[in-house]
Design a protein around this ligand. Structure first.
Ligand code: SF4
Length: 146
């Protein structure tokens, strides 16, 4: 199966701070026979690495910690991610927990205080609304390894 994954899981240093989030469990999906399709919605939306940290606000905008509105880049990146998912017939996506792009079910609350709230990142929401099964690395389904 082709599985869309957050690129930072594979060691790509695409996070806002120039780091990655290498995740052995996600990489194990490849050993289990799946084809991993890496995407970073924020980079695909044209944002730089490194970049200012950003969080999704209650009004739907994405603002950086210094107040810049980066919503358009987040939306553009999410749209491109959905295109890539469709081009590769991905029915499942494994995305980074709590990110304003990739978080699914829980995200940072917009105050830059490390607090979280129920919610979805911009790309994760678009994928889920399109019928793709989206999960984060903390909720990987055991069935994917069978
Ligand atoms: Fe990783 Fe997603 Fe953030 Fe890109 S946008 S660095 S893939 S969590």
């Amino acid at each position: 199966m082709n599985i869309l994954v957050s690129h930072c899981f594979l060691g790509e240093p695409c996070r806002y701070d120039g780091a990655s989030r290498l995740d052995r469990q996600v990489i194990e999906l490849h050993r289990a026979g799946h084809n991993l399709i890496p995407v970073c919605p924020e980079v695909l939306g044209g944002l730089d690495v490194p970049r200012s940290p950003a969080e999704l606000q209650t009004d739907g905008r994405v603002l950086t910690q210094d107040g810049q509105d980066v919503t358009a880049a987040y939306l553009a990146g999410a749209k491109r991610v959905l295109e890539i998912a469709r081009e590769n017939n991905c029915a499942v996506a494994v995305l980074k927990a709590r990110s304003p792009s990739c978080g699914c079910g829980e995200i940072y609350d917009g105050t830059f205080t490390h607090r979280v709230k129920p919610g979805w990142g911009i790309a994760a929401r678009l994928l889920a609304d399109a019928g793709i099964e989206v999960m984060d690395e903390e909720h990987l389904q055991a069935s994917l390894y069978l």
